[in-house]
Design a binder for this molecule. Structure first.
Ligand SMILES: Cc1cc2nc3c(=O)[nH]c(=O)nc-3n(C[C@H](O)[C@H](O)[C@H](O)COP(=O)(O)OP(=O)(O)OC[C@H]3O[C@@H](n4cnc5c(N)ncnc54)[C@H](O)[C@@H]3O)c2cc1C
Length: 336
């Protein structure tokens, strides 16, 4: 049995079989729906259901029951149960076009035992255009892609990345350590629907785990020295103190961001750590009982994001003001 899907904003239509996901059917019909991990973990393919119903074989990590009740769905996992009218989750700001580049490695520097800072330059571009928070794909020799978020603001043709090593990872463990200045990577950027929403002018609560800091840093870089910068709270969760890379840089943000409150939280701290312990989302919950006035940006582990959304919504946060991106580690899109 097939159902018809109508995209309200663009007036596009496509057919979807009852046993295939909305995203698979859209891509088969050359309808471009934003997506990334295709495993229900990153949340990029979030849509709003205006009419009709969907079901899931397994409820996806990047969707909360509250979001489902408010009419949201994840296109990469949703199976149609009727004809549907859908729209992108947010009427987005128009993102710059995705362009494939041969990018040159400017530097590869260890930032912590697990994280490397990689700086790339695109020699044939004057300016790399992206929205702070978006990511690039590295295109692997087998045609698969690996996603990494820009960690600096758009500024000329250079861009920074924070890359965590994944055990047995084809890029992060096997390729990255051997990269040298002048090597060339095949990349495409910008990609993704996670970006800063200047129009949502509210006190900012940014919550990251690990290298989920990267897109948050890109957003904060763009807000530095801005007289219209709203108050910023940054909660950053890592396992140990050694994982808190760019510590000194973050301390220096205090003088360049308005009312900047920075709280590192360690889940596996040793006895020497005198700061906050536990899960980063629990530390936010302890400190900020009322989140009804905040714009909230969550980035990093899908588990943190799922738990944070539920806890923050219970503290008054509005689904409409929560922006998130899950870093599903180790995804491999070859052959998809
Ligand atoms: C939108 C987006 C943005 C991202 N931005 C960043 C970023 O800025 N910085 C960053 O460090 N990462 C980021 N990631 C995560 C990053 O894309 C992956 O870590 C990366 O794809 C790893 O590539 P790899 O080739 O090294 O590993 P792969 O070769 O893809 O994976 C190696 C093997 O390890 C397994 N594996 C990997 N991780 C885990 C895990 N946590 N648990 C269990 N098994 C695992 C895989 O299943 C696979 O079998 C982002 C992800 C997304 C979706």
């Amino acid at each position: 049995m097939t159902h018809r899907v109508h995209i309200a904003e663009s007036d596009q239509m496509f057919e979807v079989a009852s046993d295939e996901t909305l995203l698979t059917a859209a891509l088969r019909s050359n309808v471009n729906l934003a997506h990334d991990c295709q495993l229900g973990g990153c949340g990029t393919c979030r849509i709003k259901l205006l009419e009709g119903a969907v079901a899931y074989e397994e409820f996806p990590l990047a969707l909360t029951p509250e979001e489902e009740a408010a009419g949201y769905a994840l296109a990469c996992q949703a199976l149609p149960r009727s004809d549907l009218v859908i729209m992108p989750a947010r009427a987005g700001i128009e993102a710059p076009e995705t362009v494939r580049h041969a990018a040159t490695v400017c530097s590869v520097v260890p930032a912590s035992p697990l994280v490397t800072r990689l700086v790339l330059e695109v020699p044939n571009a004057d300016h790399l255009d992206f929205l702070p928070g978006q990511h690039m794909n590295v295109i692997m020799p087998d045609g698969g892609t690996r996603s990494f978020s820009m960690a600096s603001k758009p500024d000329g043709n250079r861009v920074d990345f924070h890359i965590r090593r994944v055990e047995r990872g084809a890029f992060t463990e096997r390729q990255l350590p051997g990269l040298k200045t002048g090597d060339v990577l095949d990349v495409e950027l910008p990609l993704g629907s996670f970006h800063f929403h200047a129009e949502d002018y509210r006190p900012l609560l940014m919550v990251a785990t690990g290298t989920g800091l990267a897109p948050i840093k890109s957003m904060l870089d763009a807000l530095m020295d801005d007289p219209d910068c709203p108050p910023v709270s940054l909660y950053w969760g890592t396992r140990t103190a050694a994982d808190l890379y760019i510590r000194d840089e973050i301390e220096a943000w205090k003088s360049r961001l308005y009312e900047f409150n920075y709280v590192p939280v360690l889940s596996r701290a040793d006895a020497a750590w005198s700061g906050r312990r536990g899960y980063v989302q629990d530390a936010v919950g302890d400190d900020l009982p009322d989140l009804s006035e905040h714009a909230i940006y969550l980035c990093g582990s899908p588990e943190m994001i799922s738990s944070a959304k539920q806890s923050f919504i219970a503290r008054g946060a509005s689904i409409e003001h929560i922006y998130s991106e899950g870093f599903l580690l180790g995804h491999d899109t070859a052959g998809r």
